[in-house]
Design a protein around this ligand. Structure first.
Ligand SMILES: Cc1cc2nc3c(=O)[nH]c(=O)nc-3n(C[C@H](O)[C@H](O)[C@H](O)COP(=O)(O)OP(=O)(O)OC[C@H]3O[C@@H](n4cnc5c(N)ncnc54)[C@H](O)[C@@H]3O)c2cc1C
Length: 472
């Protein structure tokens, strides 16, 4: 592994001694959690050339927290002890597989809040500042990976007749430049360009009804959820309220149609703050199914399409009736961001030919189980397993990508469904009596600490090795 400073642009050149004749050339479009995890994971296959194309000028992450549940953290551990060590240093606590209280839940939309339950999890939720997490990934990119910043993909063309070296995929970027690759992985987030291009290819020869259904998945839809995000200075909170629970533990302040989540990150420097308001009809609709019922757009509620900066006063407004404890943190918010949370419908496929999508491009989900990034990590690792397998060649790449789709898409869709259910349970307070909320929420969430990716990884290898099995 090679350590590199954060945010370098076009920094590494391929190791030409091993890369003069790579097995194939993978272009990863998007250098967020999913894209960078894939690039780092592929570093163990030095005969595969990797290019990461990132739209931003430098690799940067918004200033907020991110939690990784034990199931996905176990996948990160597979990237090696040095990698794990770097991550642990950033979150400042040890890895464990013991049962621990992870999230304290309170009923808070009243003058005096009450304790509801502790979410007990097998293993800890590993919490990071996003920039710290991304910095570790960047520092482990191998020399076989070249990164290109300020490269916003606008389209690609994929010749489908054969899979020879002469039939490269051509990528076109916003600056007018082009590049070629043998395999394209869209890790370009919720506003993915690869997703609609790929779905159009998939739908090409379909009958009109089927085509319409596939194309209806191209664009993200507003989930009915609005997120309020901020980082609160620990110093400020401690100076005013030295014993505030947010300084030491992860707390969910649950209220009807609105709730708050707070937890310390960056070795205690900040308290990550996320508030949510839910338009319940829409959330219920999103949970029920991937319906085609038209949904209102978020447009018009803010100047920007999805995001806007808020003053402290605007930020506090939706939570003004919450208990005192919540008010004390809100007092310390200086500014914050409002985000209209969008999701992607369950896709009919996440691969076509030699193109596949991972992470939010494939399954952007609601944030109520803090699992979107974890799912992108799992996608990346399974994709590395099938593409890197020694028997995968340029000709068999489409089969490898079909195996990825078969093993990951049902799981990530189910996670998306459960995540929406978690939000619904917290915000509705009608479906389930309060004294049963803890059990119901825990059962809905326990996949994140009681299951592992390993079975899917074993199955992936079996399917790659036995080409007689139909994987489509
Ligand atoms: C409020 C909130 C809280 C959350 N908390 C958690 C949590 O605690 N735990 C968790 O697991 N998940 C959480 N998530 C979800 C998580 O943030 C996402 O699922 C995750 O970031 C997705 O990673 P990604 O790599 O797929 O996409 P992204 O992180 O969005 O990265 C996509 C990258 O692609 C680049 N890009 C976009 N378009 C192009 C283009 N055309 N060409 C080139 N590059 C392009 C972007 O610049 C970006 O760098 C939360 C989400 C929200 C909204």
């Amino acid at each position: 592994m090679y350590n590199q400073p954060l945010g370098l642009s076009n920094h590494s050149s391929p190791d030409t001694s091993t890369m003069s004749n790579p097995r194939f050339r993978i272009a990863i479009c998007g250098g967020g959690v999913g894209g960078l995890t894939l690039a780092v994971a592929l570093s163990r296959h030095q005969d595969i050339a990797v290019d990461v194309y990132e739209a931003a000028q430098s690799f940067c992450e918004i200033g907020s927290g991110i939690g990784v549940w034990p199931r996905s953290f176990k996948v990160l551990r597979k990237l090696g002890p040095d990698f794990e060590q770097q991550l642990l240093q950033r979150c400042g606590y040890e890895y464990t597989e013991e049962y621990v209280p992870s999230i304290k839940n309170r009923k808070s939309d009243q003058a005096v809040g009450i304790e509801l339950f502790d979410l007990m999890t097998k293993g800890k939720l590993m919490r990071f500042h996003r920039a710290d997490f991304q910095g570790v990934l960047l520092s482990f990119l191998p020399p076989s990976c070249t990164t290109h910043n300020a490269k916003r993909l606008i389209s690609y063309t994929q010749p489908l007749e054969n899979c020879s070296r002469n039939s490269s995929i051509t990528l076109t970027f916003k600056d007018g430049s082009t590049a070629t690759c043998d395999v394209l992985i869209g890790a370009d987030g919720i506003k993915s360009i690869v997703r609609p291009c790929m779905l159009r290819e998939l739908a090409e020869d379909m009958d009109p009804d089927e085509k319409q259904s596939v194309l209806s998945c191209m664009n993200p839809i507003w989930s009915g959820v609005t997120a309020y995000r901020s980082l609160v200075s620990t110093q400020k909170l401690r100076a005013r309220y030295p014993d505030h629970r947010a300084l030491r533990e992860f707390t969910q302040y649950i209220g009807k149609d609105a709730y708050l989540v707070t937890y310390p990150i960056s070795l205690g420097k900040y308290v990550n703050f996320s508030g949510f308001t839910l338009e319940r009809d829409l959330v219920d609709l999103a949970y029920e199914a991937d319906t085609d019922i038209p949904r209102p757009s978020f447009k018009g509620k803010t100047n920007d399409e999805w995001v806007s900066e808020l003053t402290a006063q605007q930020f506090i407004e939706p939570f003004k009736d919450f208990e005192e404890d919540a008010q004390h943190i809100l007092e310390c918010v200086e500014k914050g961001t409002l985000l209209a949370v969008h999701t992607v419908k369950t896709l009919p496929s996440t691969n076509f030919g030699r193109v596949a999508i991972i992470g939010d491009a494939a399954h952007a989900m609601s944030p109520f189980q803090g699992s979107g990034a974890g799912q992108s990590i799992e996608d990346a690792y399974l994709l590395m397993t099938v593409l890197g397998h020694k028997s995968t060649t340029l000709e068999t790449v489409p089969r490898a990508l079909a195996i990825y789709d078969r093993l990951r898409r049902p799981f990530s869709s189910e996670v998306a469904r459960r995540s929406m259910r978690s939000g619904q349970l917290c915000a509705s307070q009608e479906d389930v009596p309060l004294h049963e909320l803890g059990d119901t929420i825990t059962k809905n969430w326990e996949w994140a600490w009681l299951t592992e990716l390993d079975d899917a990884l074993e199955e992936a290898v079996r399917l790659v090795e036995d080409s007689s099995i139909d994987v489509n």
